[in-house]
Design a protein. Structure first.
Length: 201
């Protein structure tokens, strides 16, 4: 079994961009999804091309989609002393996924909880607006019956009544993966070879 680097986001202490580099080396899926800090890392891989570029991948052509649940995408200036240490300062725009939106990225599904007290839903709204402003594709889902933790908990059978997270994620993955597969098949299809005069005769 192939081994991947263990993530180093909080324990042991890590500094930006170590945890993004770790994730880039571990990417093996065409749709990236994460919750909270995981959504941040997935967004950086999806929108800042340098990280996947370091491992020979192109974030605009090798990904079919990005799904962020309760993700922080635009959180400057950083108020927390701990987070300022992790990200190397209070106002580093290169640490913000929203800074890298070009509109050419894979489609995004941004899911948030209306009553999230840890990561403001404004992050998702601003990220979606930025993607739309650049002509990209972004879908938004805001659920009222969950919070920051129960948003991801709603994947569990006993909590699915709280919000249709599983349904919306599954449908999005199906749509973008099918579209990606069709594009790859079309690109790889060999056009009919035209015969030369010598071959005809």
């Amino acid at each position: 079994m192939e081994q991947h680097p263990a993530p180093r986001f909080l324990v042991p202490p890590a500094r930006f961009p170590t945890f993004v580099e770790d994730a880039a080396r571990a990417v093996r899926f065409v749709v990236l999804m994460g919750h909270s800090a995981g959504a941040y890392i997935a967004a950086m891989l999806s929108f800042d091309p340098q990280w996947l570029g370091q491992v020979g991948l192109n974030s605009q052509t090798d990904l079919a989609g990005f799904i962020g649940l309760a993700g922080p995408y635009d959180f400057l200036p950083i108020q927390s002393r701990t987070l300022r240490t992790i990200f190397g300062g209070a106002n580093r725009t290169e640490t913000q996924p929203i800074s890298f939106v070009t509109g050419k990225e894979a489609p995004a599904l941004l899911i948030t909880a209306r009553r999230d007290r840890l990561v403001s839903p404004v992050n998702s709204r601003r990220m979606a607006a930025q993607i739309h402003a650049h002509g990209g594709v972004a879908e938004e889902r805001t659920y009222g019956g969950v919070g920051h933790l129960t948003l991801i908990g709603a994947f569990a059978p006993g909590l699915r009544v709280l919000a249709p997270v599983l349904r919306d994620v599954t449908q999005f993955v199906w749509r973008v993966s099918s579209k990606r597969a069709n594009l790859v098949r079309a690109r790889n299809a060999s056009p009919p070879r035209r015969l030369t005069n010598l071959e005809v005769s």
